[in-house]
Design a protein around this ligand. Structure first.
Ligand code: UTP
Length: 312
């Protein structure tokens, strides 16, 4: 008999987008960093598209100050649509419609930016007693390297909380939550035995960093309720996950190791790289950008060589 396929149990996505975005000031003074464009779409649209591609059509965005920018993007814009219609500009009209027709998007205010753990805790009423995915609104996973589907599959087969992990160089570990792990019978899955938020290099249990994708079971809310402020005085999601991971196996936490392309669009250099990497493969802009980048790289090489020659 053919075994019944495991029924998918995750239907909702939560996207925290209420951080202050201080690394990107002053661009983020009056605009959330999740609205910064990558080529021609705000970062958050890619993230919502990723949730939808993984079958999650109910999306809750947690907003902070400057909420209007985010919610406007997922609303219709009658006057703009009418103008494009009158001009017969079907292509642009379609691009305007894309965001408003993508998913059932809900918004909830965090109130105060008390940390990622606090932001996720705010989703409790919306997600209820179900498992849900969390996608950080400033963390872009390249659509060509799917991750969330695999995480949901692992959640369903192991009935457990799942986080995404990525190998980072030891000198970058202090920027992330970092995991102590044990191997499983699947090459891309590890059992997480402990988590530390932004450890000093000598305290890091590994070079496996937590990146912005999680599939959480509803028991996380009880843990968040009991959380004390952690690093930076904020309620850290990593600390809540550590309570589960180090809790003796009653509510195990697994990590899916991601080896694809990921961009932290809240970091200025990564944001520029994301624009270039996606730009050179863009259907319309790609050919022009690609030859420009090649010329530019040649010019930089020549500049560097001249500088080195000047020093010798
Ligand atoms: P970050 O640590 O990157 O957010 O949070 P930040 O504080 O905005 O960044 P910088 O360091 O000041 O530049 C990771 C994710 O969690 C959200 C952020 O919007 C981002 O998507 N977040 C963070 C919240 O929703 N609420 C918070 O209180 C903190």
């Amino acid at each position: 008999m053919v075994p019944e396929p495991v029924k998918r149990t995750v239907a909702k996505a939560v996207i925290p987008a209420a951080g202050l975005g201080t690394r990107f000031l002053p661009a983020t003074k009056a605009m959330p960093k999740e609205m910064l464009p990558i080529v021609d779409k705000p970062a958050i649209q890619y993230v919502v598209e990723e949730a939808v591609a993984a079958g999650l059509h109910d999306v809750l965005i947690i907003t902070g100050r400057n909420k209007g920018n985010l919610s406007n993007h997922f609303d219709g814009v009658p006057e703009l649509e009418l103008t494009l219609e009158r001009k017969g500009d079907e292509e642009r009209l379609e691009r305007v419609h894309e965001a408003s027709e993508l998913a059932e998007v809900h918004f909830l205010r965090q109130g105060q930016p008390l940390g990622l753990g606090h932001a996720v805790g705010r989703a409790r009423m919306h997600v209820g007693d179900e498992s849900f995915a969390v996608l950080l609104g400033d963390d872009l996973i390249d659509v060509r390297d799917p991750l969330l589907d695999r995480m949901i599959e692992v959640h369903d087969s192991r009935q457990a909380t799942v986080v995404a992990l990525m190998e980072v160089p030891p000198e970058a570990v202090h920027l992330y939550g970092c995991a102590a792990t044990a191997a499983t019978d699947e090459a891309d899955v590890v059992r997480i035995t402990g988590l530390v938020e932004k450890p000093a290099p000598e305290e890091a249990p590994s070079n496996l960093a937590v990146i912005g994708r999680y599939v959480l079971r509803p028991e996380i809310f009880g843990v968040i309720d009991r959380l004390e402020p952690g690093r930076g005085g904020e309620y850290q999601l990593t600390d809540a996950l550590n309570v589960l991971a180090s809790g003796g196996g009653e509510a195990p936490v697994f990590g899916v190791i991601f080896r694809g392309r990921r961009y932290d669009t809240g970091d200025r250099a990564d944001w520029i790289k994301a624009n270039l990497l996606l730009g050179v493969d863009h259907e319309e802009l790609g050919p022009e950008l690609r030859s420009w980048v090649i010329d530019f790289a040649d010019r930089l090489r020549a500049d560097d060589a001249a500088r080195r020659a000047g020093r010798d």
